[in-house]
Design a protein. Structure first.
Length: 144
C-alpha cells in the first residue's frame, strides 16, 4: 500500500486532452498529483529537475503524447531510456496515433504501455481510469 501520492507527469500539448486526463485522474482511488507540461523540452527539463523545474517533485510515472511540439514524444522516450537516472521510470504512451510504426517504435524503445486515445469523452475517461486501476493500484513502481 502506498503511503504517499503518486507523482504523474502528463506530457500533453492538447488543452482539451490534458483537461480530460487530469479530471479522470482526480477521480482516482489512489492519491496522485498530476504535473502537466506541454512539450518535450519542458518534459525533459521537468524530469531532470532543471530550471524552471528545479524544485519539482521526483516523478513516478510519465503519460506521454507522441505528437508534441519542439521535441517529439519519440525523442522524449529515447532520452528517458538513455538517461541513467531516468531509465527505470515507467512511461505510458497516451496518444491519438494507432499507427503500427508508432506502436512498434515505442515498444522497441522501452515504453511500458501504449494507449490510443479514444475520440469520445466517455471512452477517453474510461481509458484513463483503466490506466489508473492498473498502474496506480496494482503495479509496484520504482521507489515504492
Amino acid at each position: 500500500m502506498r503511503t504517499r501520492a503518486v507523482e504523474i507527469l502528463l506530457v500533453e500539448d492538447s488543452p482539451g486532452d490534458a483537461r480530460l486526463a487530469i479530471e479522470a485522474l482526480k477521480d482516482a482511488r489512489i492519491l496522485n498529483t498530476v504535473h502537466h507540461v506541454i512539450d518535450g523540452v519542458e518534459a525533459l527539463a521537468f524530469l531532470r529537475r532543471q530550471p524552471p523545474f528545479a524544485d519539482a517533485a521526483p516523478i513516478d510515472i510519465v503519460l506521454l503524447d507522441l505528437n508534441l511540439p519542439r521535441v517529439s514524444g519519440r525523442e522524449v522516450l529515447t532520452a528517458i531510456r538513455a538517461d541513467h537516472d531516468l531509465r527505470k521510470l515507467p512511461v505510458i504512451a497516451l496518444t491519438t496515433s494507432a499507427a503500427r510504426g508508432d506502436v512498434d517504435y515505442c515498444y522497441a524503445n522501452g515504453v511500458n504501455a501504449f494507449i490510443t486515445k479514444p475520440v469520445e469523452f466517455d471512452q477517453f475517461y474510461a481509458a484513463v481510469q483503466s490506466f489508473e486501476n492498473f498502474w496506480l493500484a496494482v503495479v509496484a513502481l520504482p521507489g515504492d
